[in-house]
Structures are given as structure tokens and as C-alpha cells.
Design a protein around this ligand. Structure first.
Ligand code: ATP
Ligand code: MG
Length: 385
């Protein structure tokens, strides 16, 4: 039935001078989402984007394109030449198909004509096509105010006939709103945090801290897999990984045990900020949620953030764990996130972590460490996965 999908995008970002670049970003992202199909073409026709598929499965394509941020609605459509008789035939065919799927009592036809050389006015053509449908399907009636089904005929350079509308994710196309570095662990929260910020048009790269040999290759694989799931929404994502071992050893040797988590997290922020600055990213992203664990109290977060100047986005800060889990199920990261693994934080976690850390005593402990040297040592372990 369908041979093409019409892509509608939110109105807000269409205004103004950025429209062209938003559309190009969106097209790039759509192309990436269907890269594994052979016979698929993405193009623009009079202000709308279309994904045309010749010998491919339309449902599979819709499944992929639906994940691209910046799309409000997808309309599976029939593309035809701009010949009135041909359009009437296809409209009847579409109506018959819809009637098989569900019992329809009322309908209307709506025509939009961007190409004014088409020989009928919109209203007249809608009436003509509506009449032909009534002739063929005697059980249905026209209702122009509240129809159960609308057949939409969009006459542009080509003609597109549609009826079904599939709600997409909304948001802004990735790449239209700057770049940020996501601290990606193997847990439930950080992939969700990355998803939420990417949805606002931010291009993300990811950073993972391991503590090999205390953390395993399996933990790496898990983070890689989470990154791949995010790529279905965001396009290609770079993954940096660093080995925190030397920092953990130094903290264990020279500092008080209950301060371990806060100290380690301050180092993570410094390293993340360094990578972000060197790679043209403006902010960090974490999956922190207020009060969830000791290192996520107001006081702990304040002391951790104090280590760097770069802003940290925490899109989950006001969500409950149950709400975060719900999103992670929807976006498809949950099943991977709950696989068992050895997080570097759990390996070196103190029995009684501080929940009310004092900045000056943390700074005093850091005086026992050679911060610059530790940063350099860990930074030199960087791998790009
Ligand atoms: P998550 O479910 O994302 O692992 P969490 O509830 O376990 O989060 P923490 O371990 O305190 O919370 O981590 C808070 C945030 O710090 C994470 O959401 C993530 O952004 C970052 N983070 C923690 N551990 C790592 C790691 N090993 N590598 C990269 N980022 C990390
Ligand atoms: Mg974690």
C-alpha cells in the first residue's frame, strides 16, 4: 500500500533564519536512521521531508525514523504522479485498505495544493474524490466536521495521499543545539539523561570510567551496548574511556575512606571537563537525581560541582527512580542497564559515605594528592571505543 512516509516537524523551530540548517540536520539524522536499508531515499518537496522506500518494509522503516528527534508526526503515504484520475484511483485504494482495517462510517477528503498549476481547486478536488469514494463504498458517509477518517491529498511537485498519522518523539534535531559530554556509566540513569538532552537537539559524546582490572571487559561491553541504543536516536556517538585505577589507589592510600566517593567524583568531573574543553563541548551531562544516593544530596552535589567551572546538566534531578525506570523502558535501555556488572564506584565504595561533605575538609584531603599528576596519568589511559 504505502511507498513513502511524510515527515512533519514541530512548528516552533521552523520560524526564523535557522530553518534551513534545522532541516538539513533533520535530514542527516533521518538518513542515518535508515542507513541499513538499500532502497530508501530521503528528500524534500516544498517544505516537507519524505522518506521513500521502494522494495523495503515500510513498517520497519517507520520504526527507525520514529526515533529521530525533531519529528512530530509521520504519515505513511502513497506517492503518485499529479494526474487527477491516478490520484482518484489511489485514494480509493487507500480508503479500501483502511476500511479493511477498521469499520469506518464517516470520512472526509482534504486537499492541499502547493502547486497552483494543478487543474482543480482544493475544495473542488476534495469534493470530486469524496464523490468517487462514496460511489465505490456505499456504506460510508461524508462528515466534514467530525469525520472518523480523513483522506489527505497533498499536491506538491509530486502528489502524496495519506490518512494515518503516527505520533513521533518531538524534540529538536540532534546537532541543532550545541554539543555536550555525557558521563555514561552502565547504570539505569545516565543513558536516560543522555536521551533527554539529545532530544533537545544537543549532539552528545560519551565518557566512561572503568577501573580495570577491578572492573571487567563485560562492563565495557555493557556501556558500549548502551551507547549503541542511544545511537538509534542520536546518530553516531563517540565513546571515550578512561582507567581511574591510579586515582582510586591514591585516594585509598592518602585520604579518609568515607570521603572516597566525593573525591573520586571530583576527579571524574575534572577529567570530563578537560575532555569536553579539548573537543569543543560546552557542558557535561550526568544522570544524577536529587537524594537518590549519598553522593547525590544537595551538599554532595555542590561539593562535587565545585571542582570544575563547566556547567553540568542533570535532566533527571527532579525525577523519582520509578519515573526514570519508566523512561528507560520506553527508550529501550532498561534491559541492558540491569545486567549485572562491576561498577568502579561499587568496587571502591566506602561503607559509610559522607552525605554532608564539607568543601574545606575535602579540599584539605586533596592537598594530600598530586591532582595534576593523577589527572595526567588517568588521562593518558584514554581509549576511544
Ligand atoms: P547511573 O544509573 O547512571 O549509573 P547512579 O544512580 O548509579 O547513576 P552514581 O553512580 O552516583 O549514580 O552516578 C551518578 C552519575 O555520575 C551517573 O548518572 C553518571 O552520569 C556518572 N557516573 C557514575 N559512574 C560513572 C562511570 N563509571 N563512568 C561514567 N560516568 C559515571
Ligand atoms: Mg552508577
Amino acid at each position: 500500500m504505502y511507498n513513502i512516509v511524510a515527515v512533519s516537524f514541530g512548528e516552533i523551530f521552523l520560524k526564523g533564519k535557522n530553518r534551513g540548517s534545522f532541516e538539513r540536520k533533520l535530514i542527516d539524522q533521518i538518513k542515518y536512521s535508515v542507513k541499513d536499508f538499500e532502497d530508501v531515499y530521503v528528500y524534500r518537496d516544498s517544505g516537507k521531508i519524505f522518506v521513500e522506500a521502494r522494495n523495503e518494509d515500510m513498517d520497519e522503516i517507520i520504526e527507525k525514523v520514529r526515533k529521530v528527534f525533531g519529528i512530530s508526526v509521520l504519515s505513511p503515504s502513497i506517492k503518485t504522479v499529479k494526474d487527477p484520475d491516478e490520484i482518484i484511483e489511489k485514494a480509493k485504494e487507500l480508503f479500501g485498505y483502511l476500511l479493511e482495517k477498521k469499520d469506518i462510517k464517516t470520512f472526509k477528503v482534504r486537499t492541499k495544493r502547493t502547486d497552483k498549476s494543478f487543474p482543480y481547486k482544493s475544495m473542488d478536488f476534495s469534493a470530486l474524490v469524496g464523490g468517487k469514494i462514496l460511489e465505490k463504498f456505499s456504506s460510508v458517509k461524508v462528515d466534514v466536521h467530525n469525520p472518523e477518517v480523513e483522506i489527505f491529498i497533498d499536491i506538491k511537485k509530486d502528489c502524496y495521499i495519506s490518512s494515518e498519522r503516527i505520533k513521533a518523539l518531538g524534540g529538536l534535531p540532534v546537532g541543532s543545539n550545541g554539543r555536550a559530554l555525557l558521563l555514561l556509566s552502565g547504570g539505569i540513569d545516565s543513558p536516560v539523561a543522555g536521551y533527554m538532552i539529545a532530544k533537545r537537539g544537543v549532539e552528545i559524546k560519551t565518557l566512561y570510567f572503568h577501573t580495570y582490572p577491578f572492573t571487567s571487559e563485560r562492563a565495557n561491553e555493557k556501556v558500549k551496548r548502551l551507547k549503541e541504543i542511544l545511537e538509534e536516536y542520536c546518530g553516531k556517538i563517540k565513546l571515550y574511556s578512561l582507567n581511574m585505577l591510579e586515582i582510586h589507589k591514591a585516594i585509598r592510600q592518602f585520604c579518609r575512606e568515607e570521603e572516597t566517593t566525593i573525591l573520586a567524583r571530583r576527579f571524574m568531573m575534572r577529567l570530563a571537563e578537560k575532555i569536553a574543553l579539548e573537543n569543543n563541548m560546552d557542558m557535561l551531562i550526568t544522570g544524577e537525581s536529587l537524594g537518590q544516593v549519598a553522593s547525590q544530596t544537595m551538599k554532595s552535589m555542590a561539593v562535587i560541582e565545585n571542582a570544575i567551572e563547566m556547567p553540568i546538566l542533570k535532566p533527571l534531578v527532579g525525577l523519582d527512580k520509578a519515573e526514570i525506570i519508566e523512561i528507560s523502558r520506553e527508550i529501550g535501555t532498561y534491559e541492558t542497564s540491569i545486567l549485572p556488572y562491576d561498577d568502579c564506584c561499587s568496587v571502591f565504595a566506602p561503607k559509610n559515605p559522607l552525605i554532608n561533605p564539607k568543601l574545606n575538609s575535602i579540599q584539605k584531603s586533596e592537598n594530600n594528592l598530586n591532582i595534576e599528576e593523577l589527572i595526567e596519568t588517568v588521562y593518558s589511559t584514554m581509549e576511544i571505543l
